[in-house]
Design a protein around this ligand. Structure first.
Ligand code: ATP
Ligand code: MG
Length: 199
């Protein structure tokens, strides 16, 4: 198997709500149990410069997050223009991104890098849907959160969904060097690797 797949890496961080709720151990346990290897970990309060780069101010990202608001408002028969002042997904996305940067920089987070087979998609599977009310039971967001963008946006805040995990290998490749120096990432063998992968 190519090393690229076996040793894929992803960037995860527990947001301030996850840290404040004492969920660090529970969340790390879930990833470790699944067979992902922790190769770096730290607590920090992210500054705006880091978050500005992590959550890019480009039309793709703004439209994605604004679109989630638009869809949720439409599903529940709410008038998005009346509530947010616009029905342009990019403009709504700009507002949501502002609340997100404010929130994620409001307290300490715990960031880590996980390594393993298809680490990016495996971590996303364990994390669950972005919107907690939709996240399946058994996922981190589904088991520990219930928030919705309809409620959150009316209160001018991002959804409280506990955790971030890179959405693609490209995102992971861009995010890991933003959060970790090369010297903060480690190579070691897990003692159970042979039983799990025949290594
Ligand atoms: P993450 O990147 O944080 O792992 P994700 O990839 O599932 O989550 P994105 O679309 O990248 O979701 O959105 C980034 C974050 O912005 C979400 O995790 C959430 O906290 C917040 N967010 C996204 N859309 C909305 C929205 N419509 N209303 C409120 N908050 C939102
Ligand atoms: Mg994302």
């Amino acid at each position: 198997m190519p090393d690229r797949i076996r040793r894929e890496r992803t960037l995860v961080f527990l947001k301030p709500d996850g840290v404040q709720r004492g969920l660090v151990g529970e969340v790390v346990r879930r990833f470790e149990n699944a067979g992902l290897k922790l190769v770096g970990m730290k607590m920090l309060r992210p500054n705006r410069k880091l978050l500005d780069r992590h959550y890019p101010n480009d039309s793709g990202f703004l439209t994605t997050i604004g679109g989630k608001t638009k869809d949720a408002f439409a599903t529940y028969g709410l008038d998005v223009k009346k509530q947010t002042g616009t029905d342009d997904p990019q403009e709504i996305g700009r507002q949501v991104r502002g609340w997100l940067l404010e929130y994620v920089s409001s307290g300490p987070v715990v960031a880590f890098v996980l390594e393993g087979i298809h680490a990016v998609s495996v971590a996303r599977k364990l994390v669950g849907d972005t919107l907690p009310f939709r996240a399946a039971p058994g996922t981190i967001r589904g088991d520990y959160s219930i928030d919705s963008p309809t409620v959150a946006n009316l209160e001018k805040r991002p959804v409280r969904n506990l955790i971030h995990a890179s959405g693609s290998t490209e995102e992971a490749g861009a995010e890991i060097p933003l959060w970790f120096e090369e010297s903060e990432l480690f190579e070691y063998e897990r003692a159970d690797a042979r039983a799990m992968f025949g290594e």
